[in-house]
Design a protein around this ligand. Sequence first.
Ligand SMILES: [Zn+2]
Length: 287
Amino acid sequence: MSIDLEKIVAIDIHTHAEVGRGGQDGLRPEWREAAKEYFGEDAKPTVDDVAVYYRERNMAAVVFTVDAETVTGRPSAPNEEIAAAAAANDDVLIPFASIDPHRPNAAEEVRRLVDDHNVRGFKFHPNIQAFYPNDRTFYPIYEAIEEAGVPALFHTGHSGIGTGLPGGGGIRLKYSNPMHVDDVAVDFPHLKIVLAHPSFPWQDEAISVALHKKQVYIDLSGWSPKYFPPQLVRYANTQLRDRVLFGSDFPMITPDRWLADFEKAEFKDEVRPLILKENAIRLLELR
Ligand SMILES: [Zn+2]
C-alpha cells in the first residue's frame, strides 16, 4: 500500500462501487429509482471512477460493493474486480469486500479474499442482505474476519434503499438496529467493528454500544453533518473522539458536500483531524 498518509487530506471509510465494469448492478431497478429520489444523486461509479474521483481530491477511500445475490437474484460488482483496481490504485483505494452472508461458503470466501486478494475489511448491509447480525448461523463468517484481523462494517439505522416505496421495496428496517451488533461485539471481543452512519432512529443505541465496547467505531457517512443529532456530535467531541470516522457514502453523499457541512458543524478543532484521518489510520493499521 502506497498511500502517502502525511499528504492526503482525509480517509473516506465508506464509498461504493455501485456497478461493475460489466455493468453489474446489485440493486433492484425500483430500489435504484427510489434511492435517486431520496438522495438526489444518480451517479453509478465503477471502482475505477472512485479511484479517479478520490485522487483528484487528494483523499484515500475505502471502497466496496454490496453482495445480496441470494436475496435479489442480481450479481453486484465483483469483489475481485474491486480488489484488483485497489491494487492498481494503491495510492488511493483500500479494498473491502462484501459477501452475502447467506452464501453457504461465506466464511471460506472471507479467507480467500483476504489471503489471495488482499482485502482489508468486510461490509455488511443487514437490510438488503436480510439478516440479523447476531444470528449465530453467521458466526463462522465473523470468526474468519476476526482471525484475519480486519474490520467488519455494518450498515446501521434507516436505509435509503427502499425509502418511499410501497412496503419499502420489501426491505425490513428491523435488521439494522445497532443493538444486534452489540451481541457480535461481545462474542467476538477482538473483532474490530464499524457501525456505519448516524443510526437514526437508534442513535443512542449506537453511541451506547460504542461507549461500552472498546473495539466498536462509528462512521459518519450517509448524512450531511448539518443533520447529525446533537448527542452524536457531543460524544464525537468527547468520549468517542478516538472512534469516530469520516465517511461519505459516496456517491449518495459526495465528500465535497460532507466536508463543506463538516466545517460548519460544531466539532472541536482538535477532534477534526482524528475524524478525518487519524482514527482510520489506526483502525486500518495503515502506519
Ligand atoms: Zn453504504
